[in-house]
Structure formats: structure tokens, C-alpha cells
Write a protein that binds this ligand. Structure first.
Ligand code: NAD
Ligand code: UDP
Length: 344
């Protein structure tokens, strides 16, 4: 990354977007953070606002905008089930219209554009595709309560590859598996935040289902390292300088844990007296999820470095350091309650 660039980060005030903004500002690039603050607050970028090479634009990606940039990280989208199910039609619009608007900008300016796709495009993976490789076509319920996010992100991938084939847009696509760390919104309803906040507040730890479902948790620094490397073809690995590698590529930590194991680990690390309470499993909640990261290893020479315990300790320290009362409280709508919506 020798040359200084003009970089747009949509969703830049969010958890992952703010880490990307920070890295890019530290490297001296000219950074525009575009966000409508739907699932975040200025808190995450407060320390950047006074920097001369950082600019915050409050804007909704579903509306067109004209900017001149060299690179676009398209991170804008509500990411937690609670947030993306709050207004599912808007969620689909963010993925699809947001992608069209940003791809149009990339086409006009010649900017390289990276899409934050997701493991959710695999839906509830069948046993024969465990861990999930990139060639797995997925098992998504197209009319379920997660479909607004899963199908929206699938459509966005389609748009990225069609703009690439039809218009020569320079794309990168990463499929992000559950990633956690400092700057997650404390009330986003995701499992890591819920468990840590509940443990710190001495509340019951809410396990949905029997807690045997699995997830693989990646610490944010590992993810941000590889996303930036892919964008710039400067990963440390052997084929990293291959400009033809555009993805899609799975990015995540292959360590697989049951949700109950995660709850027990959080209780141990916080020293909390919280006990476990069991609630119904939301509809279409994937029973197992673990990335096959062979492609990331081969093409980018990347694998995650931060083990779960170390990442959780850093995340717990973060939540201890922030004033929880300064964050917007959770809405009444929760992923758990959504399970009461019947589906076919
Ligand atoms: P986040 O909710 O913290 O960040 C998303 C940001 O997008 C927020 O700042 C939000 O205000 C903004 N946003 C939402 N709708 C918008 C709109 N219409 N216009 C402009 N901004 C809008 O979530 P995150 O975990 O940082 O996720 C970032 C991206 O990574 C998302 O696209 C998400 O789908 C993807 N992703 C994240 C994970 C993960 O585990 N964290 C996993 C898979 C994919
Ligand atoms: N989960 C849970 N308790 C919570 C929040 C989530 O048991 O308080 C479960 C959820 O049902 C899912 C897993 O934890 O099986 C991960 O949920 P999250 O919302 O973090 O993300 P997902 O991977 O489902 O998109």
C-alpha cells in the first residue's frame, strides 16, 4: 500500500467498518466513512472525527450518492439477527440497492470495491458440507425470517459478479463468518455481546435452544488484516500478489464451539455469578457453522492468529470500559421472539 488513496467505507461507523476506517486513517489515506447510524453510534469513530484525513457522511446507501474514490469497502448492512429482522424489507433494500449504488460508483470512478458477504449465504449447512467450502451452494430458506439478510447478501454477490463480468468492475468478495471484538454494539443481540453484557450485569445468560448449535468465532483484528490485504493484493502469502484473485473467499476462525461452551467460557472469564437460562431456538437458526479456510490459506497465506479465549478477554475489557447507559437500548424485537412467527 505505497500510494495514498481516497477510501470509502460504507457502514464505517459500525463494528467492523470502524476498525477498517481506523487502520486506513493510520496509514494516512483519505477516508470517507458513510453511515446512517442505524445499528451504530458515533461512539465508534469519535476518536477519528478530528483527524484531517477522516470525514463522516451521514447517508443511507439505498440512496445514490456521488463521490470520487479509489477504493470502496461495502460494509453497510444491519448484521445481527435482531437488527436485520427489525425491518426485513429495508434489510433487503440495503443489500441490493446499496450494492447497486456502490457498484455504480465503482463503475464510474474505476474504484476497486470489496463486498462484506457472509457465511449466512450458506444458510443452515447440511452435514456433508461441514466445514463449509466456497463451492457449497447453500441451504437457505427463501421465505424464512433470516431470508431478508441471507438472500439479500446472495443477491449482492450476484450483482458484484455481474458488474464484474459485464462492466469490468474490479471486485473483491469476502464471506465473513461470525466475527466479534471491541466496538460491537452492546445491545446488538448477537451471542457474544449478549453473553458478555449479561455476565457483566449479573443477568441470566440466554441460551436459545439447548445450546448444542455451533459457531466459529473470529477476532476482529484477524479479519481486518485479511480484508485489507485482499483489497490491496499485499497479503504475506505466496499467491497474495495475484491480482486475479477476487474471491469469494471464506474468512473466519475454524475453531468450532457450541453456544453452551461459549456461555461457560464467558462466565469463567468474567468470573460472573450468572446462570444459564434456556429459551426457544429461533426459526432457521443454523445448527452448525464452521469455515473451510483452505482457499484463504492458499491464495492469501492467511489464517487467524487470535484464539477465542484471548479475543474474549479483549472484548470483555472493552465492554467493561464503556458506559453501557450511553448506548441505545435494545428494541423489544428479539431474534428469540421471532421464533414465534410461523413458517412453512
Ligand atoms: P454493524 O451493525 O456494527 O455495522 C453495520 C453498519 O452499517 C452500521 O454502522 C450501520 O449503521 C450501517 N448501516 C446499516 N444500514 C445502512 C444504510 N442503509 N446506509 C448506511 N449505513 C447503514 O455490523 P458489523 O458486524 O460491523 O457488520 C459489517 C458488515 O459485515 C455487514 O455488511 C455484515 O453483513 C458483514 N458481516 C459481519 C459479520 C460479523 O460477524 N460481524 C459476519 C458476516 C458478515
Ligand atoms: N444465541 C443464543 N443466545 C443469545 C443470542 C444468540 O443462544 O442471547 C444463539 C443463536 O440462536 C445462534 C447463535 O447464538 O444459534 C449465534 O447467534 P448470533 O445472533 O450471534 O448470530 P448468527 O450466527 O445466528 O447470525
Amino acid at each position: 500500500m505505497s500510494q495514498l488513496k481516497r477510501i470509502l467505507v460504507t457502514g464505517g461507523a459500525g463494528f467492523l467498518g470502524s476498525h477498517i476506517c481506523e487502520r486506513m486513517v493510520d496509514h494516512g489515506h483519505d477516508v470517507i466513512c458513510l453511515d446512517n447510524l442505524f445499528t451504530s453510534q458515533k461512539h465508534n469513530i469519535e476518536h477519528l472525527l478530528k483527524k484531517p484525513n477522516f470525514e463522516f457522511v451521514r447517508h443511507d446507501v439505498t440512496e445514490p450518492i456521488t463521490l470520487e474514490v479509489d477504493q470502496i469497502y461495502n460494509m453497510a448492512c444491519p448484521a445481527s439477527p435482531v437488527h436485520y429482522q427489525y425491518n426485513p424489507i429495508k434489510t433487503m433494500k440495503v443489500s441490493v440497492m446499496g450494492a447497486i449504488n456502490m457498484l455504480g460508483m465503482a463503475k464510474r470512478t474505476g474504484a476497486r470495491i470489496l463486498q462484506a458477504s457472509t457465511s449466512e449465504i450458506y444458510g443452515d449447512p447440511t452435514a456433508e458440507f461441514h466445514p463449509q467450502p466456497e463451492h457449497y451452494r447453500g441451504n437457505v430458506n427463501p421465505i424464512g425470517i433470516r431470508a431478508c439478510y441471507d438472500e439479500g447478501k446472495r443477491a449482492a454477490e450476484t450483482l458484484f459478479f455481474d458488474y464484474h463480468r459485464s462492466n469490468g468492475v474490479d471486485i473483491r468478495v469476502v464471506r465473513i463468518f461470525n466475527t466479534y471484538g471491541p466496538r460491537m454494539h452492546p445491545f446488538d443481540g448477537r451471542v457474544v455481546t449478549n453473553f458478555i453484557v449479561q455476565a457483566l450485569m449479573g443477568q441470566d445468560i440466554t441460551i436459545y435452544g439447548d445450546g448444542s448449535q455451533t459457531r466459529s468465532f473470529c477476532y476482529c483484528d484477524d479479519l481486518v488484516d485479511v480484508i485489507i490485504a485482499l483489497m490491496n493484493n499485499d497479503a504475506p502469502g505466496s499467491k497474495a500478489s495475484d491480482p486475479d484473485f477476487i474471491g469469494p473467499v471464506n474468512i473466519g476462525n475454524p475453531g468450532e464451539f457450541t453456544i453452551k461452551q461459549l456461555a461457560e467460557k464467558v462466565i469463567e472469564l468474567t468470573g460472573s455469578g450468572s446462570t444459564l437460562t434456556y429459551l426457544p431456538l429461533p426459526n432457521d437458526d443454523p445448527l452448525q457453522r464452521k469455515p473451510d479456510i483452505s482457499l484463504a490459506k492458499e491464495k492469501l497465506g492467511w489464517e487467524p492468529k487470535v484464539p477465542l479465549e484471548e479475543g474474549l478477554k479483549k472484548t470483555i475489557d472493552y465492554f467493561k470500559s464503556v458506559d453501557l447507559s450511553s448506548f441505545r437500548q435494545p428494541t423489544d424485537h428479539t431474534a428469540h421472539k421471532s421464533s414465534q412467527i410461523t413458517s412453512v
